[in-house]
Ligand binder design. Structure first.
Ligand SMILES: C[S@@+](CC[C@H](N)C(=O)[O-])C[C@H]1O[C@@H](n2cnc3c(N)ncnc32)[C@H](O)[C@@H]1O
Length: 360
């Protein structure tokens, strides 16, 4: 007898959940939702490359859907503008959120709706609100959530404003990259509540205090999320701007290859330069030879070995040199030693404990 799609999907789901648990990404409390919620319902099509759309008719579709990989689900002018986050990362973030049955949860960045479905399976029907900036994605996700039996309130809007109508929330989770924790979120989560959110290339876990302050450490997991968008047509600064302006040229003590020295350094750099995009250059043998850096406001830097050109409102390479010095000077700390303190005035980065502020 041939196996149906649903039967095959169930087997693959169980295999994935077991793998994630074995690897330590999935805590026991989340095993059941990961085994039950059908990711394939939320990801009927995947961009496996810029010109290759894999659909349910393709034999490899289900295997792709139930691998621990990020799945690109929308391209806007060739730039990925929506995806389903890798299940291992989602599991780590959901575990850190420490939700209980009956909690009221706000998710920012609905995307496919899969993460919202996992949350709904855990906390119960009617307790999850999810905000998505792209109206088409919000509509598709709401339909799929309803169809799969996980009713979630999906709101179209800019998730940086949260959703005050549903506040206060016990938990808030975001799955798009942000430069800073929006203040509206602090006002919408109750004291003692938890926010788990990507900042730069890290994910921070914040606990709210009664005085309107939030603090907490970064998770050890690297997290490279697509950046927050102002509207559905915004593709951010995904492409290198070329090298406009009148560049300053010089020699740097930091070689281009050293920029990619460790993931923890790149994390620190992403905090110093919100919205930074990086690309490496390699020779024919695959050795690193150069680096390009750019940001949305028009700054760029291009390093080849020790030779650097840079232009724009911020001298990106000069910032990279300074952050690298700080990183080395502190003995190359891992990302989970850093934390944030967020107040109405802004956010402060610290190392090991809230008093030990790091100025980037
Ligand atoms: C990585 S995907 C989210 C994955 C999603 N949680 C899932 O399970 O499929 C990032 C999403 O963030 C959305 N987004 C970007 N900026 C946003 C904003 N300002 N407010 C709400 N959603 C936003 C994008 O449109 C995209 O769908």
């Amino acid at each position: 007898m041939t196996e149906t799609v649903e039967e095959r999907a169930r087997v693959l789901r169980q295999r994935l959940a077991a793998e994630l648990e074995e690897r330590g990404s999935l805590v026991a409390a989340w095993r059941k939702p990961f085994e039950e919620v059908p990711r394939h319902v939320f990801v009927p099509e995947v961009w496996a490359g810029p010109d290759r759309l894999v659909t349910a008719a393709d034999p490899e579709w289900l295997e792709l859907v139930y691998a621990d990989d990020v799945l690109v689900t929308q391209l806007t002018e060739g730039v990925a503008t929506s995806s389903s986050t890798a299940p291992g990362l989602m599991a780590a973030m959901l575990g850190a959120l420490d939700v209980q049955e009956g909690h009221r949860v706000l998710e920012v960045a609905t995307g496919t709706g899969y993460n919202a479905a996992l949350l709904a399976a855990f906390v119960g029907a009617g307790n999850v609100t999810s905000v998505e900036v792209d109206p088409r994605l919000a509509r598709l996700a709401a339909e799929r959530l309803r169809g799969a039996g996980y009713p979630v309130t999906v709101v179209t809007g800019d998730g940086r404003a949260g959703h005050p109508a549903g506040a206060p929330y016990d938990r808030l989770i975001a799955t798009c990259g942000l430069p800073a924790v929006p203040r509206d979120w602090i006002a919408q989560v109750r004291p003692g509540g938890i926010i788990v959110c990507p900042i730069g290339s890290g994910t921070v876990r914040l606990i709210l205090s009664a005085g309107g302050e939030a603090r907490g450490h970064f998770l050890p997991t690297p997290s490279y999320f697509m950046g927050v968008r102002a509207n559905k047509d915004d593709t951010g600064s995904a492409r290198y701007p070329g090298e406009p302006g009148d560049p300053v040229e010089g020699t740097s003590s930091l070689a281009a290859e050293a920029l990619f020295c460790t993931d923890a350094f790149l994390f620190l750099l992403s905090l110093a330069l919100p919205g930074l995009v990086l690309a490496s250059e390699t020779d024919e043998d695959g050795n690193l030879t150069g680096a390009r850096l750019w940001t949305a406001e028009g700054s760029w830097a291009h390093a080849e070995g020790h030779a650097v050109r840079q232009s724009g409102p911020r001298r990106l390479w000069s910032v990279a040199e300074r952050v690298h010095e700080l990183y080395e000077g502190q003995g190359r700390p891992e990302r989970q030693r850093f934390g944030l303190r967020v107040t109405a005035e802004g956010q402060e980065l610290w190392l090991d404990e809230p008093g030990n502020v790091v100025g980037l």
